[in-house]
Structure formats: C-alpha cells, structure tokens
Design a protein around this ligand. Structure first.
Ligand SMILES: N[C@@H](CCC(=O)N[C@@H](CS)C(=O)NCC(=O)O)C(=O)O
Length: 217
C-alpha cells in the first residue's frame, strides 16, 4: 500500500479535487486514489468517512490527514521541497501565496456561473453578473505573473507551482465556456491544458459515468 492516498470527487466536476491532485502529482510520489462521486444519496456519508469537513480533496499520509487544497499544498511543499511547489525567491513566493489565496477565497461569480465541467463545451454561456470583472482580474494576475516571474517556463512562475494548481480549474472553465482572453493569458491557458498531469486527469474525467444535471448548463 502506498504511503500517500488522495480522496477526490468526480474528476469532471470537482475543481478543488483537481487542485490537490495536481499538487500531489507534482511531487512525483506514488499514491493511491479514492474517487467519491458528488450528488449521490450516499455522497455525504462516504466523504465524512474520510474528511471531517465533509469536503474533498483530502490527503492521507500515514496517520496524517490534510484537507483544504491550500493546506494540502503547504504540507506537500514541506514534505517535498524539491518539487518546487512554491517559488524559491521569497518575493515570488509571497506573490504566489497571495494569488493562490485570492483564488481560494474569491471569484464567486465565476464559480457560480461557470461550474467546472471539463467534458462540456458551452460557448457563450456562463457570463452572469460580475463574471467579466473576475475574468479581467484573473487575466491581470496571469499577465503580471507571466511577465514578471515566468521567464523560465510556460507557467505563472516559470516551472509548475501550487499557484498553477490553484488556477488550473479556471483554465478548464475558460475552455468549456469559450472565454476570450488576451494573448498572454491565452498562451497560459494552453500551457495548463498541455500539462501532462492535467491531461491525465482530463482523460479520466472523460471516462466517468456520472452526470450532475445542475452543472450541465
Ligand atoms: N475550501 C475547500 C473547498 C472544497 C470543496 O468545496 N469541495 C467540494 C467538491 S469540489 C466538495 O467536497 N463538496 C462536497 C459535496 O458537495 O457534497 C478546499 O480548498 O479544498
């Protein structure tokens, strides 16, 4: 049995699960995975068997359990310093933590109007009140990071980091809802889509049998 297990929800719909899973993949550690489908009669009971908050993702490492995607990222960064989950430079690291927390606690209009649904293609849908303002803020973050910190690779801080794990579901949403982006943000969206672990997750999402009608706009 692997030392590491991650409990996630449906790959097609669970943006938070994708964040934790991408962070774990970045460490290179072998891990086991438990997938619990959302919105089923037994979902809550199944999640509570693992997660005291009733939410996923949840990471298990021996006797240690960690939930909340940012806390998972912090724990993995401590356990695997070589994975580069946070940038080396203190200023860049502070910026990465700020934008990751901003992602974790904001952008409610986008979340509500553009639920993650990796398999779907909903051109023109999801542009509810406040969404364009949030898209503008997200694009400004992406442009700033790419221009100031991203010279050594295609991601926000060059190499793939926790900040990319946090914004990867947004890249997925912008794809599903055909959001028009500036050139720099569009290139970043494509870099996320081309990231091999993202593709692995997406391939699994496409094979899932579950459909959640409320996320099928
Ligand atoms: N703040 C949490 C959010 C986790 C969250 O909301 N997860 C959703 C799945 S995307 C969940 O577990 N929902 C449980 C349910 O709908 O029953 C984190 O960062 O991990």
């Amino acid at each position: 049995m692997a030392d590491w297990t991650i409990v996630v929800a449906n790959k097609n719909y669970s943006s938070w699960s994708l964040r934790g899973w991408l962070a774990l993949k970045q460490t290179g550690a072998a891990f086991e995975e438990i997938v619990i489908p959302l919105d089923e009669p037994t979902t809550r009971e199944q999640i509570l068997r693992h997660s005291p908050s009733g939410k996923l993702p949840l990471l298990k490492h021996g006797e240690t359990t960690v939930w909340e995607s940012l806390a998972i990222g912090e724990y993995l960064a401590e356990q695997f310093p070589q994975a580069g989950l946070w940038p080396q430079d203190a200023g860049a690291r502070a910026y990465a933590r700020s934008i990751s927390t901003e992602m974790a606690t904001n952008f409610m209009a986008t979340r509500q109007n553009m639920p993650m649904n990796m398999r779907a293609s909903h051109a023109g849908k999801g542009m509810g009140a406040g969404v364009q303002d949030e898209i503008n803020r997200i694009s400004a973050i992406w442009r700033h990071c790419r221009e100031r910190f991203g010279k050594d690779g295609p991601f926000l801080f060059g190499a793939f980091s926790m900040a990319d794990a946090m914004y990867a579901p947004v890249a997925s949403r912008f794809t599903t809802y055909h959001v028009k982006l500036d050139e720099v943000s569009e290139a970043y969206r494509q870099a996320i889509l081309a990231h091999p672990p993202y593709q692995e997750w997406f391939a699994a999402a496409k094979k899932e049998p579950w459909i959640i009608p409320k996320y099928e706009l």
